[in-house]
Design a protein around this ligand. Structure first.
Ligand SMILES: *Cc1c(COP(=O)(O)O)cnc(C)c1O
Length: 248
């Protein structure tokens, strides 16, 4: 494919405007909270590689994807975009680990032991075959009070109780670097309350693992709450790219 960056077309202008508005919200929320600016990861799932190239032209260097098949295809198309980091933020099956480590800088959604083992093995194989940096790992926490009460993490992260063991496993896994936590505010719950809980869990984790200070929290509708609770990484899709198109 051609790597000329699209510039000046209507879509690029739209993305530029939306991106600017999101950056303004982030700056205002950070100032209000008395915190430094968090990193913006633009979630490009369901949007074409051309949009990722447009965003790159607008200065975006970190993008997030939640499905391996889609992400690996886009990453393969866009290898010429130097310094572009792919963050994997979705449910990940262990058998996709080999594919994900070919393009991802970080996986935010690590939530169980077998996946840690699969990622470690895959990174080592990739380092041997083609070379790559260690994979940055964030543990996904399930903040849904019902799941916690039921003692079942399931989709959407490990239970808070499971984190110490999981963190210990990542910390000693070759090829992996434990960097922090990720969470999605539970549907229908108060996001501020959920992120406050996440912040406290993060403080506990950092007592054992001072290197694990990243907090990936905040989406389009709750980024202000996430910033107030100390998010270091925001994952914003809709408010930058617009509604997600149906994907065939
Ligand atoms: C899709 C997605 C986002 C982005 O959500 P928006 O509401 O579109 O900003 C963030 N985090 C995860 C885990 C996602 O799957």
């Amino acid at each position: 494919m051609e790597h000329g960056l699209p510039t000046g077309d209507a879509r690029t202008l739209e993305l530029a405007e939306r991106l600017e508005r999101v950056r303004e919200r982030i700056a205002a929320a950070s100032a209000a909270a008395g915190r430094g600016l968090p990193e913006l990861i633009v979630v490009t799932k369901f949007h074409p590689a051309a949009d990722v190239a447009r965003l790159y032209g607008l200065g975006v260097r970190q993008v997030g994807e939640n499905r391996d098949q889609e992400a690996s295809a886009k990453a393969a198309e866009l290898t010429a975009l130097e310094g572009l980091s792919w963050h994997f933020i979705g449910q990940l099956q262990s058998n996709k680990a080999k594919s994900v480590v070919r393009y991802a800088t970080a996986v935010h959604s690590v939530d169980r032991g077998p996946l840690v083992a699969a990622l470690s093995k895959a990174v080592l194989a990739e380092q041997e075959a083609r070379g790559r940096a260690d994979l940055e790992v964030l543990l996904q926490v399930n903040l849904d009070p019902e799941a916690i009460a039921a003692g079942a993490g399931g989709r959407g992260g490990a239970l808070p109780d499971e984190l110490p063991a999981l963190a210990g496993q990542v910390a000693v896994a070759p090829g992996l670097r434990l960097r922090g936590l990720m969470a999605v505010a539970p549907l229908g719950a108060d996001a501020a309350e959920a992120f406050e809980r996440l912040h406290r869990i993060s403080e506990l984790l950092r007592r054992e693992h001072p290197e694990a200070g990243l907090l990936s929290a905040g989406m389009s509708h709750d980024l202000e709450d996430a910033i107030a609770c100390g998010a270091t990484h925001l994952r914003i899709g809709t408010d930058v790219l617009g509604p997600r198109p149906p994907m065939g």
